[in-house]
Design a protein around this ligand. Sequence first.
Ligand SMILES: C[S@@+](CC[C@H](N)C(=O)[O-])C[C@H]1O[C@@H](n2cnc3c(N)ncnc32)[C@H](O)[C@@H]1O
Length: 260
Amino acid sequence: MPTTPSAGPSRALSFSGAAALYAAARPGYPPEVFVALEEAAGRTLDTLRAVDVGAGTGIATRELVRRGAHVVAVEPGEGMAAELRRSLPEVPVVRGDGNRLPLADDSAGLVTYAQSWHWTDPARSWPEAARVLRPGGVLALWWNVADHRAPWVAEQNARIRRHLGADHGVHGTPAPGTASRAVGLPEKGTVSRRLPWARRVSVATHLDNLAGHSAFLVRGGEHAERDRRFFAEEGDRLRELFPDGAVEERYVVDLTTTTV
Ligand SMILES: C[S@@+](CC[C@H](N)C(=O)[O-])C[C@H]1O[C@@H](n2cnc3c(N)ncnc32)[C@H](O)[C@@H]1O
């Protein structure tokens, strides 16, 4: 059963207090994302210097490294950066921020933001990415959006919204087909794709994945008992829906690339 950590310093940095939970339960990204990056760059990843911004615990960083990219990770959160250093000791990790990248001009062929662009101010992060990219380089932003075409996903999201009393659930943008969070980019050179995929995980991992979203992480200890009951009921429902105990989480990756 997930436990809800007490409120962190801010929503953007709330993940740092729950880095191990995040690393264990968050979904990765399908291979099609990395194929699309190579298509956009016109080069294979093993020829590219990449900067993974808002790298977190390194979920996207690991995939870039696996495909041979030379990656520098940029991450503002202390806990996330520590988890990344622990799991990928060969990757340089710079504590920094997408609004002010601690990197030289024209120093990368690829800048990636996996589920982190929305924490930046695009009026600052776009010029920063363009400055760090060499001519012809690619900025890539993507998010795993839960696929609300699966009825149980939409119903769970409605329950989460009621529970949190928030405008949004914890599934990212409300549904595929609604506005992307890839905002602030020039129209010229920008291409968007939607890549559906799925993973099967235990009920416990699925609940930990939900609990590791910032909407839960920022809640104070006074909500802990109510949250505990919410996750217990959600677990019961899921075990009825998936009697073999394997939850099929369905996602659409919302991927946008811009060539400078
Ligand atoms: C949802 S996590 C994504 C982590 C990782 N990229 C992944 O794919 O799992 C968002 C990350 O953005 C980081 N972040 C918050 N504010 C940021 C900013 N202004 N610039 C860059 N990263 C930021 C957080 O610390 C967190 O690690």
